[in-house]
Ligand binder design. Sequence first.
Ligand code: NAX
Length: 327
Amino acid sequence: MKPAVVTVTGAAGQIGYAILPRIAHGDVFGPDRPVILKLLEIEPALKALEGVRMELEDCAPPLLQKIVCTADVDEGMGDADAVFLVGARPRGPGMERGDLLRANGPIFTGQGAAIARGAKKDVCVVVVGNPANTNCLIAYSSAKGLDPSRFTAMTRLDHDRALAQLARKAGVPVRAVANAFIWGNHSPTMVPDTEHGTIGCRPIAEVIGDAGWLHGDFVKTVQQRGKAIIDARGVSSAASAANAAISHMRSWVTGTAPGELQSMAVPSDGSYGVPAGLVSSFPVTCPGDGTYRIVQGLERSGWVVDKVAATVAELEDERKAVADLLK
Ligand code: NAX
C-alpha cells in the first residue's frame, strides 16, 4: 500500500509530542497503511525536534517508513496527503486576540502557499494553531489553485468536550451521547448545540431535564474548558487536543458512521446564513472519500440562532482584521 505522507507543523511543541506517536501507529490512516512523517519547525526548535525524532524511532512503529525533520516549508509540505497545521505563536501576556491574529497570520500565508505548491491536490489540511478558524481562512486564501474545501479548522476538541460534559451530567458512558455539535468560532463565543442530539436514543433535553443547565453552565463549561485546563495544568491542553486532531482527520479520511454528525470548521458555502468563505464550525458528515458535507435543514431555536449570529459576527470581525493577508 502507498504510504500516507503526513506533515505536522510545530512538531517540537506539546501537541506535536502527543500526536506524532499516534499518527505513526496508524491512528489516522489505519493499521495497514505505512506512514511517512514530515515534521516542520522553525530553526531554533530543530534541536528539540531531533529529540522528538529519536523518541519516535524508539517507539519502533511498524508502519513508520521515514521521518523528515525540516525548517524548510516546501520540503515540509511536499507531496503531503494530510497536513496538521499546529505550529503557531502562543498568546503572550497582555496580547489580545487581534494581536495574536496579526502575529500568526503570516505563518499561515506562507504555509498555505507552500501547500498549494507541493502537496497533493486532494490534501486534507486541519488548522489547530490559534486563532484556528481565521488562520485557516488565511491559509486557504493563500493556497492558489487548491479548492478551499481542502482546508478545515479544528473544533473537534470542543465537540468532544461537549459530549463528555453531557455524559457526565446524565451519568452514562460517553458512547451513549450522540450528535451534540459546535457552531462558529473556536473561541469563547462558540455555540454547543444539543437540540439535535441524543443520549441513549432519547433527545438530550429530555434526558438531562434541566434547560437552565443546558443553556447555562454546560455552555459555559465547554466554552471555557481550555482556560480551566490552563489554570489547572499551567499549560494548555495537549493530549486532548492531539486526540481531537487525530479524530478530526480520521473522520474526514475514513468517514463518519451512518447517522453520526461531527463538528468541523470549514469554509462556509452560505449554509445557515453564515457568510460564504468564513471558516465556521458546522455539523458535518464525511462519506469516507476525503470530502465532507455540511448537514442541511436542521431546525434551530431562537436561542441557537442568536448565539450563532454572535459567533459569526466575531468571525467577520476577524476576517476584517486580516483583510490585507487575504490575497
Ligand atoms: P507549543 O508552544 O508547545 O508548540 C508550538 C510549536 O510551534 C513550537 O515548537 C514552535 O517552535 C512551533 N512553531 C512556531 N511557529 C512555527 C512555524 N512558523 N512553523 C512551524 N512551527 C512553528 O504549543 P502547543 O501547545 O503545541 O499548541 C499549538 C497551537 O495549538 C497553539 O496555537 C494553541 O493555541 C493551539 N490549540 C488549539 C486548540 C484547538 O482546539 N483548535 C486546542 C489546543 C491548543 O491550545
